[in-house]
Design a protein around this ligand. Structure first.
Ligand code: ATP
Length: 192
């Protein structure tokens, strides 16, 4: 049997418990066998000052995952042409891991934008899309697409922007990020 892998893309700048709750929910309470958190690289043409270096963000995601079964961090996009398009990343992953079937995980805020993605018709034809509802966002007509699966996952009202703001202002981020991440942020001084 092919292993069913959900891909959760993000800049994870830094990763927080809102992300981890979704990743773990999708890995344990859906048809997916595992979830890979795919860290988006810095786009060299769109440098964002507040975006930590690729490997620092990847390291924090690895710390957040720790020994959680069926969660994994992926740096696959670091070596791809930038900006990376999801359809191209999926093609690379399919080639590298022929024993897996890949699906996408996205928040309900993203689903209505999908028709504008590169090769969205192929995406919707070839890949399952696992969507979690986000309050205040309508899913639109794609929610009825046979490849789209909608979930009600537990949600945390939390953003990486807020975590960075706390760190900049010297506030504690305890409980907002996994403990190992909080420790690493304190030691490294990232985002301060
Ligand atoms: P920023 O505040 O820097 O924009 P973010 O917290 O939204 O960051 P991303 O790295 O952009 O983090 O998030 C990765 C994915 O997780 C995105 O699809 C985003 O919509 C989703 N996401 C972010 N925060 C939450 C949350 N609290 N609950 C569920 N999904 C979230």
């Amino acid at each position: 049997m092919q292993r069913s892998t959900g891909l959760f893309f993000g800049s994870f700048n830094p990763v927080h418990v809102g992300h981890m709750i979704i990743a773990n929910y999708m890995a344990t309470q859906t048809a997916l066998d595992e979830v890979w958190m795919v860290v988006s690289p810095q786009n060299p043409f769109k440098k964002r000052q507040s975006l930590a270096r690729d490997h620092d963000r990847l390291h924090l995601v690895r710390l957040a995952i720790g020994d959680t079964p069926n969660l994994r961090a992926s740096a696959v996009e670091f070596d791809l042409p930038k900006p990376s398009y999801t359809i191209d990343t999926l093609a690379v992953l399919r080639e590298q891991f022929p024993e897996r079937t890949f699906s996408l995980i996205m928040g309900g805020d993203n689903l209505p934008t999908l028709p504008k993605w590169k090769n969205s018709d192929i995406l919707l034809r070839d890949f399952d899309i696992h969507v979690y509802n986000r309050p205040g966002y309508e899913l639109g007509e794609l929610q009825d697409h046979p490849r789209v699966f909608v979930h009600d996952a537990p949600l945390m009202h939390l953003s990486a922007t807020y975590i960075r703001q706390c760190l900049r202002e010297g506030h504690s981020v305890r409980y907002l990020v996994p403990e190992a991440v909080a420790k690493e942020l304190a030691v490294s001084g990232l985002y301060r």
